[in-house]
Design a binder for this molecule. Structure first.
Ligand SMILES: [Zn+2]
Length: 286
């Protein structure tokens, strides 16, 4: 039986009860799905916390997610400072500090996705707030904060917008907490599921791979729908009036849609996994 025909991970199982080799295979699949769904191109990345060593996380080395193929392509990093566990590790992503600091600050976060998906970029460049506009995006909550790295740059920083060290990663992680500005105390769960990164992209997380991948994909889908809805309203022909206002989900809708999103996200995962299995671009020898 190949990997793709195996059942999806039981999300009710505690993270530390998962087999690390199974999670590595699933992480490779997730890399392929995120590419196939347009969340990552040559850039962008996904990581997981090691299920038995919570002070270690795994992500692929310096390569496009679509061509990650085997466990040998993955690198283990220490959560404390994002340095490689092995002194012989190959080159990794310069932005791995995004992942390390999320795992460091939030013990219930087990998967992190970082993306520059084009549909989301208008919301990190225009100042227009991203809001949950339809039922599959209830997880976006009452606010999607924006992290502006320019506010934490100091004199000698390389100002290429990349999260290149733990200090910048910690500043981004702080935006996932409602009071977040500056230093964040360790807390098991972030308040926000997604944080936008001004002039750059966004970061999402989850308690498992399916949740983080679902959120990364539907953040992109929601952004596209919101942009189209706003453009459509602004293109209203003279003499016509809108039948209703352009409004985000209400608080009750967000709460119940979040529950529904989390209760059904195993279904799209199986579809997305089947799609990457059928494409010859993606190879999983995990
Ligand atoms: Zn980036």
């Amino acid at each position: 039986m190949d990997w793709y025909s195996q059942p999806s991970t039981d999300s009710s199982k505690p993270w530390n009860a998962h087999n690390v080799d199974e999670l590595k295979r699933k992480l490779i699949t997730a890399n392929h799905i995120l590419h196939q769904q347009g969340v990552v191109d040559a850039y962008g990345h996904i990581s997981i916390r090691h299920p038995q060593r919570p002070d270690v996380y795994l992500m692929c080395g310096y390569m496009a997610p679509a061509i990650v193929t085997s466990a040998d392509d993955l690198i283990e990093y220490w959560v404390r400072d994002s340095s490689p566990v092995s002194p012989n590790a190959k080159k990794g992503y310069s932005e791995r500090f995004i992942h390390g600091e999320m795992f460091s600050k939030f013990e219930n976060v087990n998967c992190v996705v970082h993306s520059h998906a084009e549909a989301v970029l208008p919301y990190v460049t225009s100042g227009v707030p991203l809001m949950p506009i339809f039922h599959m995006a209830g997880f976006l909550g009452d606010q999607v904060p924006v992290f502006d790295i320019a506010t934490v740059y100091s004199g000698n920083d390389q100002q290429d917008l990349l999260v290149r060290d733990s200090r910048l990663g910690a500043a981004l992680a702080s935006k996932f907490v409602k009071t977040g500005n500056g230093e964040v105390q360790a807390t098991p769960d972030p308040d926000h599921t997604v944080v936008l990164m001004r002039r750059h992209g966004y970061t999402a997380h989850g308690k498992d791979i399916e949740t983080a991948v679902y959120r990364a994909i539907y953040t992109k889908v929601n952004a596209g729908v919101q942009t189209n809805a706003m453009m459509l309203r602004s293109a209203m022909p003279p003499g016509m009036t809108a039948a209703f206002e352009l409004e985000p989900l209400t608080g009750e809708m967000r709460r119940d849609c979040l529950k529904m999103n989390e209760g059904t996200q195993d279904k799209p995962w199986k579809l997305w996994a089947a799609e990457v299995e059928k494409s010859s671009l993606y190879i999983n020898r995990g």
